[in-house]
Ligand binder design. Sequence first.
Ligand code: HEC
Length: 183
Amino acid sequence: MGGKIGLLKRSRRYLIPLILVLVVLGSAKVFGWPWSTDMMEQPSIKPYELPLPYPLYSISTDGTIVGIGPRQGFEGITQNPVNPTEASLQNGQRLFINFCAPCHGPQGKGDGPVIKKGFYPVDLTAPGTQARTDGYIFAYIQYGGIVMMPSYRESISSHQAWEVVNYVRKLQGKLSTKEETNQ
Ligand code: HEC
């Protein structure tokens, strides 16, 4: 009997340190220590990391190209398969303003706000780009640049990319005859 009370008294001495230890450990669990990186080390895709490629033999549900074939396969296409109707050109313009104008400028002249911060300017209305095939411009949107332009395959479907190509042709002043024949 006396032994039990003695044990209780002795263990009291350890009670406060024990509570302190529990509080410290508990707060570590809730707030995390600076060296705890569990939340950072996830299988998710980090900024500037390339997205995972589609699994082999994936089949598209909406007709977009899922596999990445060689870009040269597209560069030979001389005729845009999408008719530059007014509605389609409006889509092309909207996409161009959202995705391309930051670098290439709203008129494609290579004077977008990003360029003013020191990025390499590319005028899409210059004779060099005017002479490119429709497929070459399409491939640029789908695959990205050879030097540093990003790929827009994740945000712009292949149909939309052809609409952007038509809009680029419009900015180049090369669409007028096509537009009339197709409407
Ligand atoms: C982050 C800036 C940036 C954005 C946004 C951007 N581009 Fe580019 N673009 C470049 C740079 C830089 C080059 C040239 C170097 C290279 O190949 O990366 C280029 C090159 C091109 C070329 C090749 C021109 C030629 O004659 O060889 C085309 C076509 C083009 N871009 C179209 C587009 C279109 C269409 C969009 C929107 C979907 C777009 N770009 C968005 C920076 C950009």
